[in-house]
Write a protein that binds this ligand. Sequence first.
Ligand code: URA
Length: 433
Amino acid sequence: MRMVDVIMNKRNGKQLTEEEIRFFIEGYTEETIPDYQVSALLMAIYYKGMTEKETAVLTQAMVDSGDTIDLSPIVGSKVDKHSTGGVGDKTTFIVGPLVASVGVPVAKMSGRGLGHTGGTLDKLESIEGFKIEMTEQEFIDNVNKYKLAVAGQTGNLAPADKKLYALRDVTATVDSIPLIAGSIMSKKLASGADSIVLDVKTGSGAFMKSIENSEALAKEMVTIGKNLGRNTVAIISDMNQPLGFEIGNANEVKEAVEVLQGKKVNDLRELALALASHMTVLAKTFASYDEAYKVLEENLENRKAFEAFRSFVGAQGGDVSMIDDLTKLPSSKHQVEVKAETDGYVTAIDAESIGIAAMYLGAGRATKDDKINHGVGITLKKKIGDEIKAGEALAVLLSDTTSPTDSIEKVLNAYEISSNSLGEKTLIYKVIQ
Ligand code: URA
């Protein structure tokens, strides 16, 4: 087989065969096919798209390019959750213990962030002593014992995706729905879960800005999951403003723990309950979403989920007293208010700008060797639909410097204030299953 023929077939709008797709994925992983030919094929895929069958084959070929994690020693049905990424998204810290609180095992492999704030692992490391390195056996033992463990990604998962993603980044071929769907699903499938719940974000702070594109991506991922034998459900949720009020690392852990302790942070609590309900239905613990939701909500009220989080933190070496007394978590040296300049109602908060402002404060990494400052971040004081008076605080910057001018400007510009209220934003637009 010649790569030039594969490129030509796709360029001419033909459906690629399984052999052709496997040929290019294997050849690219083994470096027998050069970047320039794969770039040409990616651009042809970008314009001509891929059928359902092609996308499933592409995804499976990327899974097969590396290691897969065997979760079979874990007792019970394993359900994973994946979010396409949003600002202030700390749902994992609520969803994990919630699902664990009804006995469904959560075996989470997570990454570090190269984003505005840290990733799940960085955020957890706000807790003194918390360790994410463990052997595969310790990971499995912890999940069997505590129903929840979070570990750093080990092994060589979907290396073909790693290479292709880097190439797409520099060839203007990232935003192709079959390529994104295959990329995300290949990593999820290699991680070994039986079923998957996806949180596809939509809006100004999301990878997908429009509901139509988010829905198309969600449908494509659900179809891949089903075609490859995993029950998959996707929620399309709003990212036209950050989720919850806290953006950073330690302050995000704090907000999540407060929800586990019963605090009603509307959007965050609601989304976590929705994701956990779908997960426990997929695990067949509950017969219906409504039944799952009711029990999980009770487990927030009666603190069973909070207890599950405490056990998990303790099991991974974390200082549980920081969870019991949240003032012990790392904090910033200063708190700087960002004040509104006009009266009105908040109609939009550009989540991406808030994320960048948090990164300027030190909450995220600009390059992979940067160190995260766990104590800094942003606390929003106003969200969409809220009334504001000139001089009132829109947000508080948790900063180690006294006048973080770049962040102040970024946060101020992120807020849109107008004389008419739009009311609250919808949180969950659709569920695709
Ligand atoms: N995230 C991924 O993992 N892959 C993509 O292609 C886009 C977002």
